[in-house]
Design a protein around this ligand. Structure first.
Ligand SMILES: Nc1ncnc2c1ncn2[C@@H]1O[C@H](COP(=O)(O)OP(=O)(O)OP(=O)(O)O)[C@@H](O)[C@H]1O
Ligand SMILES: [Mg+2]
Length: 548
């Protein structure tokens, strides 16, 4: 899946006749020639490039690269010049601005935030795209992430769902890529974005095409579940930016279809998901193939402690961390969150009643279920009640998944039932309501799921059915509801048996005071230790499970 921008200009830049056949060994020389050897190792592949069948031929596994022995060509990564409006901001102004937009910065080298698109230093073509998109001003995460990324710093950026993180990493990436020497034959990408799901990778590609078009940047998306042939051809043709799910990218690296020798701008979107136990080995493998002095950027709405050390390990320098809102584990404040405490047996009736109130012909609704089977069963039940809904989960073919998402995006189908495969990153206009039919097993999932509504400048509503089986999640949920000034039902408080800890909380500072009245009762504290392990450790690995 690739889009060619400005074909003619690619001709000038030397792309036009570089179909895969001409990518055979020997013609490869990337900035200083230090890669010649490794390319030669794949000599036997030369003549086969371009045949679709090659994608199924096994090749050598990815070896460790000894970067200390490589001669690394210096590259430029600081493109930032303060505009006069930013230069004139006093320290006091900066503090006021950050306070107003709830921007918290940790790290020594953070530049001041930028208040306007013009102050970003982006090329005119990119600024024109922003105007054309009709965006009124940069979002808080963009205000602060753009100058940091443009300055070339490693960055960890935590901001609510729907707050514009995609452009926060894509636009500085476009500037970075444009400033590098052009790709030569056999070169892999300069920018690499890793994402956890196929649909999210495709969505980032679309955003990249929209904003990179006028900069002449070629983007390719690599993801599993579809034949490799076209993606392989697009990669060999050459692309400045690759957006990929880890598994498919590793396949291509092992087949020698592409390489990461030129990557100097690396992004992990949904970074906590990419660094958790499910993806960590693959991400490490990919990162080991990239020069260690690359610029690394991590983006997510949630940032559990468990992944923080690994993120820092992947950075060359001490990264700047920005957090928009409190503690980095906060739901989007524009979502009206409703918790319905009920019995398991009541859930279907509750859902049907809810659907009668939320479906108005214009509103798109997404319903999350825990399992693939549960998703299918809900789809049948709703159909029997006269509600047309489509389902998306990991057992559907990619063709079905794409078709379903397309039907939902285009408004041909207004109700989507999904597992967590659709919980992260997806940006579908006009989802006014998210329903958690099954409450998720991790609080991060709750934040991401309900975050499918209230995107950009919109607001939205979420309903979550909560049973006593979910009691272990009550503590974390109450914290989120309180943080967002949402109503906490008494029934939910009653199910909560944990007490706030002072220092050992996953939330950082225990903030015990705000929990006041709800901690009385015989169970006080009794479940803390046990539930911690149960809800957290156990389910981290659960991402890998087959359930969704
Ligand atoms: N400056 C802006 N002003 C208004 N809308 C914007 C702005 N920047 C981006 N958007 C829009 O906001 C929506 C959400 O953006 P995006 O998908 O990047 O959110 P996100 O922060 O990555 O969310 P998630 O955590 O769910 O992945 C998109 O439709 C995007 O086009
Ligand atoms: Mg996103």
């Amino acid at each position: 899946m690739a889009v060619e921008y400005q074909n003619s200009s690619y001709g000038e830049r030397g792309y036009a006749d570089k179909r895969e056949e001409s990518y055979s060994r020997g013609g490869y020389n990337s900035g200083g020639g230090s890669w010649g050897g490794s390319r030669d190792n794949r000599g036997s592949w030369g003549g086969n490039y371009g045949s679709g069948s090659r994608a199924s031929t096994p090749t050598e596994p990815l070896g460790e690269v000894d970067w200390s022995k490589k001669e690394l060509t210096p590259f430029q990564k600081d493109f930032y010049t303060e505009s006069s409006i930013v230069r004139d901001m006093t320290q006091h102004d900066v503090e006021d601005f950050r306070k107003e937009h709830q921007i918290v910065v940790q790290g020594r080298h953070a530049p001041k935030p930028i208040p306007t698109f013009e102050a970003s230093g982006f090329p005119k073509s990119v600024l024109e795209e922003l105007t054309a998109a009709g965006f009124p001003s940069p979002t808080p995460v963009q205000c602060q992430a753009w100058p940091i990324a443009m300055k070339g710093h490693d960055l960890i950026s935590i901001a609510a769902t729907g707050s514009g993180k995609t452009l926060a990493f894509l636009l500085p990436g476009i500037v970075h890529i444009q400033a590098q020497p052009r790709l030569l034959r056999g070169d892999g990408p300069i920018g690499l974005v890793l994402a956890p799901t196929r649909e999210l990778a495709c969505q980032i590609l679309v955003e990249c095409e929209k904003f990179g078009r006028s900069s002449g940047i070629r983007a390719v998306c690599c993801y599993g579940g579809v034949p490799k042939g076209q993606q392989a051809r697009d990669l060999r043709y050459g692309a400045e930016i690759v957006i990929a799910t880890p598994g498919r990218l590793i396949d291509f690296l092992e087949f020698g279809t592409t390489n990461l020798h030129r990557v100097t701008y690396l992004v992990l979107d949904e970074a906590d998901r990419m660094l958790d136990m499910g993806f960590e080995p693959q991400v490490r493998k990919i990162c080991s193939q990239i020069r260690p002095d690359r610029q690394s950027l991590f983006f997510s709405a949630t940032w559990p402690k468990e992944v923080q050390a690994l993120a820092r390990e992947l950075c060359k320098e001490d990264p700047v961390q920005i957090t928009i809102g409190s503690a980095g584990k906060k739901a989007n404040e524009k979502i009206n969150q409703n918790i319905i405490v009920c019995e398991e047996a009541e859930k279907l009736d509750r859902l049907k009643t809810l659907m009668e109130t939320v479906l108005d012909g214009n509103s798109k609704v997404i319903i999350f279920a825990e399992t693939k089977r549960g998703t299918d069963s809900l789809q049948r039940t709703l159909k029997a009640s006269g509600i047309a809904a489509l389902g998306i989960h990991g057992d559907k073919t990619q063709q079905e998944r794409d078709w379903t998402l397309h039907q939902f995006k285009s408004g041909r189908c207004m109700v989507l039932i999904a597992t967590d495969v659709a919980s992260r990153g997806l940006d579908v206009k006009d989802i006014t309501c998210v329903i958690n039919y099954d409450f998720p097993k991790e609080i991060e999932s709750y934040i991401h799921r309900i975050g499918r509504t209230a995107r950009g400048t919109a607001s939205g509503t979420a309903y979550s059915l909560f049973t006593r089986d979910n009691a272990g999640m009550a503590f974390d949920l109450i914290k989120i509801l309180n943080d967002c000034k949402q109503k906490v039902p008494a029934e939910l408080e009653a199910l909560n048996t944990r007490r706030p800890a002072q220092n050992n909380s996953r939330w950082g500072n225990g903030r015990g005071g705000s929990w006041g009245g709800s901690w009385g009762g015989a169970n006080r504290g009794g479940n803390w230790g046990g539930n911690r392990g149960g809800n957290w450790g156990g389910n981290r690995g659960g991402y890998q499970s087959n359930r969704w």
